[in-house]
Design a protein around this ligand. Structure first.
Ligand SMILES: NC(=O)c1ccc[n+]([C@@H]2O[C@H](COP(=O)([O-])OP(=O)(O)OC[C@H]3O[C@@H](n4cnc5c(N)ncnc54)[C@H](OP(=O)(O)O)[C@@H]3O)[C@@H](O)[C@H]2O)c1
Length: 293
């Protein structure tokens, strides 16, 4: 592949800090592999200049952005329009620069979670039974919204800070009036698994540098799918225990890869490949630069 030219398609991730981002590795791999003349940068953007940066870069020819910590809510406010997932989550992680220079904000985390779940466990069905989600942060919001959009009828949200789970439910319920959403005390997380068809772990527990998740799986039906959003390590203790019990398991790395697909479709102009090569590339990138917690 020849080096980028003066006509290169431009895209970037905006964050602060941004040095741990895997996005440049991923998007530049796709550009090179698909023979597209393109460049993807990591730009550290302090909060004070975020809004003006978001307007300036399109004027310089950028086709779009990913947005990471701490700017996802700021991006939500700054764009001209948002897709339904962004509206429901109150956060934007991908910005498309449209032909007229206006900005469309997307939230692709839920799409990424669901795409990877469906790829890993093709037999999974939204109507299979209740879902238990551990956590009520940004990742939980995106995952719960995507599951409800897909047709899951009941979600139990278990969070250490119960009012945060209640807030999540209050925010999402108007968008999904027929869904059954309940908050569960953190101390009751083991019992909450009774009868569940899917368990999704969205807290930062079990991540490199964080305490491990203490969760007995005895009440979880053997056919239940167990999914993680944590991707360092690529197999968390929860996934290892679930795999040993015979559950179908879904790792967090695939979600990270799939959430990047809608952005690349826009700035690359084609569907990027998601396969073992991409996964190996990111695992290598994580070994070289583990994320800060
Ligand atoms: N795979 C992917 O593409 C992807 C995408 C997004 C995020 N993630 C990962 O998902 C994890 C959460 O991210 P986030 O953006 O949702 O973070 P967040 O908004 O800060 O939420 C963190 C969640 O973890 C819980 N938590 C933290 N420490 C805890 C502890 N000691 N005991 C019990 N619960 C604890 C929090 O509970 P409280 O409300 O009680 O504080 C909250 O529910 C991170 O590891 C992140 O890397 C992965």
């Amino acid at each position: 592949m020849s080096p980028p030219t003066a006509r290169a398609r431009l895209a970037a991730v905006l964050g602060d800090p941004v040095v741990h981002s895997l996005s440049p590795l991923l998007h530049n791999h796709w550009f090179a592999r698909l023979g597209i003349d393109g460049v993807y940068l990591a730009l550290r953007v302090p909060a004070e200049v975020f809004d003006e940066t978001l307007r300036l870069l399109p004027a310089l020819g950028f086709r779009g952005f990913n947005v990471t910590i701490p700017h996802k809510e700021r991006a939500f406010r700054a764009v001209d329009r948002r897709d339904r997932a962004a509206e429901v989550c109150g956060a934007v992680n991908t910005v498309r620069v449209e032909a007229d220079g206006s900005l469309t904000g997307l939230n692709t985390d839920g799409f990424g979670f669901l795409a990877h779940l469906r790829r890993r466990v093709p037999g999974w069905r939204p109507e299979a039974g209740p879902t238990v989600v551990l956590g009520a942060g940004g990742a939980a919001r995106a995952v719960v919204a995507a599951l409800l959009e897909a047709g899951v009828g009941e979600v139990r949200i278990v969070n250490r800070t119960r009012p945060r789970a209640e807030r999540l439910i209050a925010d999402l319920a108007p968008h999904f009036p027929t869904a059954r959403l309940s908050a569960v005390d953190w101390t009751a997380r083991g019992e909450a698994l009774t009868g569940a068809a899917l368990l999704v772990q969205t807290t930062s527990l079990g991540m490199h540098g964080m305490p491990s998740l203490e969760l007995p799986l005895d009440s979880l039906p053997r056919r239940a799918v167990v999914a993680e959003v944590v991707y360092v390590p690529s197999e968390t203790d929860l996934l290892r225990r679930a795999r040993k019990r015979g559950h179908p398991v879904v790792d967090g790395l695939g979600m990270l890869i799939w959430q990047a697909v809608p952005g690349f479709r826009h700035w690359g102009g084609v569907e990027p490949p998601v396969d073992g090569t991409v996964e190996a590339l990111l695992l290598e990138g994580l070994r070289a630069t583990p994320p800060a917690k």
